[in-house]
Ligand binder design. Structure first.
Ligand SMILES: Cc1cc2nc3c(=O)[nH]c(=O)nc-3n(C[C@H](O)[C@H](O)[C@H](O)COP(=O)(O)OP(=O)(O)OC[C@H]3O[C@@H](n4cnc5c(N)ncnc54)[C@H](O)[C@@H]3O)c2cc1C
Length: 284
């Protein structure tokens, strides 16, 4: 069912209060196909929402149709794990551990869903989701379903083919390995406690705002630190004191507050270090 003017405040990790002009919560592939055909006929732009942990809702009303993914099935056979794209990344890691499968631990504690992680080629602890994916099931804008193999996903640092095609990821197939449950638990504990120590869950945020400019040989957070921008505030938003690449929602921040800090960092890094920073967060 397509709804109108649906609040997205609970569906984005910044907790910003924007509304979707049109909103559809995924129910089935057949229904999704009908919804896409409807949007195509009416020339309504479509966006896909996963866990909402890498988006910045910059307008009160997000124009067009937002498709909120929610298929949360999981199925395991031998070392293969098949999961719906709307499954939370951490939940998938917990399920894998239940079956003594190792490989997903580095993603434990990563906010968001599997579909968003694949789209972003999410990385943590020097590993990326591209290291463990085998293939994915997707739907194109005309409602056609197809499987795409890892070698067709054009993975690069924080990039995948899904950022360049109007495809909706429906399911992901991973190849994991049998492991010892205690060892898997230790790895998962390490992943999540590393995030806790760095303050990832202290305030609402979208994680790293900028991609690391690897060609410049210095992480974005370090650049922010060197330019003494940590702790700078605009309205309710702040450049996080524990991590220069995080802009946090300290106190009822607006999208304008967050964007003002994003621009401040971008301008200062360009002017003082001659480095162009590319946002990792998607601005909607
Ligand atoms: C505290 C914190 C820590 C973080 N740490 C990390 C980190 O260590 N490493 C890292 O890489 N990221 C990190 N992030 C960013 C974010 O969690 C990841 O990018 C995550 O994988 C995004 O998933 P999501 O489901 O929330 O995607 P969303 O924010 O919902 O969407 C992101 C993009 O993916 C697209 N998308 C989502 N689902 C689908 C789908 N099914 N089909 C097609 N497109 C889809 C959306 O259209 C959008 O363009 C962090 C974020 C926070 C808040």
């Amino acid at each position: 069912m397509i709804e109108r003017d649906v609040s997205l405040q609970c569906y984005n990790s910044y907790g910003l209060s924007a509304k979707a002009e049109y909103y559809y919560h995924y129910y089935s592939e057949d229904e999704l196909r009908d919804v896409l055909i409807w949007a195509g006929q009416k020339e309504i732009p479509v966006r896909v929402l996963g866990g909402g942990s890498n988006i910045l809702l910059s307008r009160r009303i997000i124009p067009g149709l937002i498709i909120h993914m929610g298929p949360c099935f999981i199925s395991i056979r031998r070392d293969y794990l098949l999961a719906g794209s709307g499954m939370g990344t951490s939940l998938a890691a917990l399920q894998a551990r239940y079956y003594s499968l190792t490989g997903l631990e580095f993603l434990y504690g990563l906010p968001g869903d599997l579909g968003g992680a694949l789209y972003m080629n999410a990385r943590a602890y020097d590993r990326s989701i591209s290291d463990i994916i085998i293939s994915a099931k997707a739907m194109d804008e005309k409602g056609r379903i197809f499987w795409i193999k890892k070698n067709e996903m054009a993975f690069q640092y924080k990039d995948s083919v899904f950022q360049h095609r109007p495809w909706i990821i429906l399911a992901l197939l991973f190849r994991l390995r049998q492991g010892k449950k205690e060892r898997i638990t230790q790895n998962m504990d390490r992943s999540i406690s590393g995030r806790r120590e760095k303050g990832h869950y202290d305030y609402p945020s979208c994680g790293s705002v900028f991609k690391n400019p690897y060609q410049a040989g210095i992480p974005a957070g370090k650049l922010v630190e060197e330019l003494a921008l940590k702790g700078k505030r605009r309205g309710g938003a702040e450049i996080f004191s524990k991590h220069g690449n995080f802009i946090i929602n300290k106190e009822s921040a607006s999208a304008e507050d967050i964007l003002a800090l994003l621009e401040l960092i971008r301008r200062q890094v360009q002017a003082k270090r001659g480095i162009t920073l590319d946002p990792e967060v998607e601005i909607w």
